[in-house]
Structure formats: structure tokens, C-alpha cells
Design a protein around this ligand. Structure first.
Ligand code: DQA
Length: 180
């Protein structure tokens, strides 16, 4: 009888397996940490303009990210703040803790030189995330001040934008760790 094909996602980072040097076990590989930072008014997801942002709450998005991270072998730490400086503080903290960042800077996307500077200073790979597609909306949302400091962008897929951004970042990190 043939083996049933597995329906489980293969973890990109096999953190459960001991790391070996030849036959010698030299310890476990820690799961890479990803910071997910959401900016102003995103705590209101679920009730905020559902025709644009959907009905999924930020708490639900965080749960989905943590679950998807566990499948991928990545530890996702989620934060939300309404304050520009607090986003800069979190990015500075991420520098010493995280391998990468998912950032939905919300309205600060379009205005914040401080967040752009923090991203440049920290130098971590960052994926810019948006639930809506700002470029298909009002003209004042078309420009992203933070985009030139980001590795990639995912926008327009609602709550799935966060999950797709995590998948993309995890794949990219895995390739950096084990280039072919
Ligand atoms: C947003 C888009 C921004 O233009 C807006 O200010 C937000 C949310 C999004 O996720 O679609 O607050 O970042």
C-alpha cells in the first residue's frame, strides 16, 4: 500500500530538531522571532469601516499569525500602538530580538519620516502590510513614506495580507539561513 500524502505544512524552520555537527548534538536552533507592529486605529478592526477593512478583529489576526508562525517554525510577537514614537521604540527593540518585521503603520505610512528613519537605522527586513490597497484609494494614501525602507509590501487582501506577509518573510528568512 502506498503512503498517504501528508496534508501538514512542512515547517520552514525545524526548531524541534536538535542541531547536529556531524554526529554531535550542539543544541537546538531557536525559532526566529518576527515582530508584527500595527499602528493607529487598527485596534478598532472589526468595527472600523468594515466595508474597507473587513470584520476580522486585530486579536483574531494576532491569533492567526501566531498559529501560522507555529506551523512555519517562527515565533510571531504582535503589538499595536496609536503612537508614532512607540512604533520607533518597538522597531529599536526588534533590532536586538527579531529576525524581521511585519509593519502596518496605518496612517503613519503616509506621513512618518521618523518611522522611515527607524526602519533604516534598525536594518531589519520589513514587510509593509495593509488590509486595503491604499494605492486604489484616496490620493493622499497613494504615497508610502516607509516603503523605500521595506523589503516588500502586501496590500489589499484584508486580514490575509498579514498572513501572506508572514509567509513571504519566513520564506525569505529561511533562504538567507540556508541558501542553495
Ligand atoms: C491601512 C491603510 C492606511 O491608509 C490607513 O490610514 C489605515 C489602514 C490599511 O491597513 O489598509 O489606517 O494601513
Amino acid at each position: 500500500m502506498g503512503r498517504k500524502p501528508s496534508t501538514r505544512t512542512r515547517a520552514l524552520f525545524t526548531t524541534d530538531r536538535p542541531h547536529r555537527l556531524g554526529r554531535r548534538r550542539i543544541g537546538r536552533v531557536p525559532a526566529p522571532i518576527v515582530y508584527c507592529i500595527s499602528g493607529p486605529n487598527l485596534q478598532l478592526l472589526g468595527v472600523r469601516e468594515p466595508s474597507i477593512y473587513g470584520t476580522t478583529t486585530l486579536a483574531e489576526i494576532h491569533q492567526m499569525l501566531e498559529a501560522r508562525g507555529a506551523e512555519l517554525g517562527v515565533e510571531v510577537r504582535c503589538f499595536q500602538t496609536n503612537h508614532e514614537g512607540a512604533i520607533c521604540d518597538l522597531l529599536a527593540e526588534a533590532r536586538t530580538v527579531a529576525a524581521g518585521v511585519l509593519l502596518n503603520a496605518a496612517a503613519y505610512t503616509h506621513t512618518s519620516l521618523a518611522i522611515f528613519d527607524a526602519l533604516k537605522a534598525v536594518g531589519l527586513p520589513c514587510v509593509e502590510v495593509h488590509l486595503s490597497n491604499p494605492e486604489a484609494r484616496e490620493a493622499y494614501r497613494h504615497a508610502s513614506v516607509v516603503a523605500p525602507a521595506c523589503k516588500a509590501k502586501v496590500a489589499g487582501f484584508g486580514a490575509d495580507s498579514y498572513l501572506l506577509a508572514l509567509d513571504g518573510l519566513a520564506r525569505w528568512l529561511q533562504k538567507q539561513a540556508a541558501p542553495r
